[in-house]
Design a binder for this molecule. Structure first.
Ligand code: KMT
Ligand code: NI
Length: 178
């Protein structure tokens, strides 16, 4: 996992968008934002992933393959939707099996974008209520396990006046002390 502030320059969303010079983001900063992160090596990952899943109550999982082949007709629409700034009312938990991509999360209270590059073996938990978005990188492929507690509640709520007062958003801000 690599984390840094996004440069906010126009251009391809799949490009790194590192600042020049880079402004790296520490694990401590991510912790403050309640973004959680583990490394579980792919070789024999099952047992360790099962242990984290059990401890955190993630009972179910499915596989998402973000490629043209994997998403078929929905590809363009999905890629566009993933990159709209949004929040969920539940955690977004991803364990990367192959490929790579970027999760951008909004820092509070600065409202700056932090770009998190994920690679195989990364397990990322994006908390409920945080604004975020996802894009493939220039390799154009990622395969990930999506873990969830009961029913998947992955409705994306695009940022607007309503999300600003969504109870999950307000709870998130309280938890991170904003
Ligand atoms: C999401 O919800 O943004 C996704 O599932 C993106 C692909 S998972 C690497
Ligand atoms: Ni999301």
């Amino acid at each position: 996992m690599r984390a840094y502030y996004y440069d906010n320059l126009p251009g391809d969303q799949r490009a790194p968008h590192q600042c020049d010079p880079p402004r790296l983001v520490s694990g401590e900063i991510l912790e403050k934002l309640n973004v959680k992160f583990w490394r579980i090596e792919l070789d024999g990952y099952e047992d360790k992933l099962n242990a984290v899943a059990k401890e955190r109550g993630y009972k179910n999982r499915d596989l998402i393959n973000v490629t043209k082949e994997g998403l078929g007709e929905l590809y363009e629409q999905k890629i566009k939707g993933f990159f709209e700034e949004h929040m969920h009312e539940d955690e977004e938990i991803r364990y990367i099996l192959s490929g790579s991509g970027y999760f951008d999360v909004r820092e509070s209270p600065s409202d700056e974008w932090i770009r998190i590059g994920v690679d195989p073996g990364d397990l990322l938990v994006i908390p409920a209520g945080i604004y975020h978005r996802f894009t493939l990188d220039e390799n154009n492929a990622i395969k990930a396990l999506r873990l969830f507690q009961d029913e998947p509640k992955w409705i994306p709520y695009n940022r607007n006046a309503e999300t600003e007062v969504n109870p999950h958003r307000l709870e998130y801000l309280k938890v991170v002390g904003v």
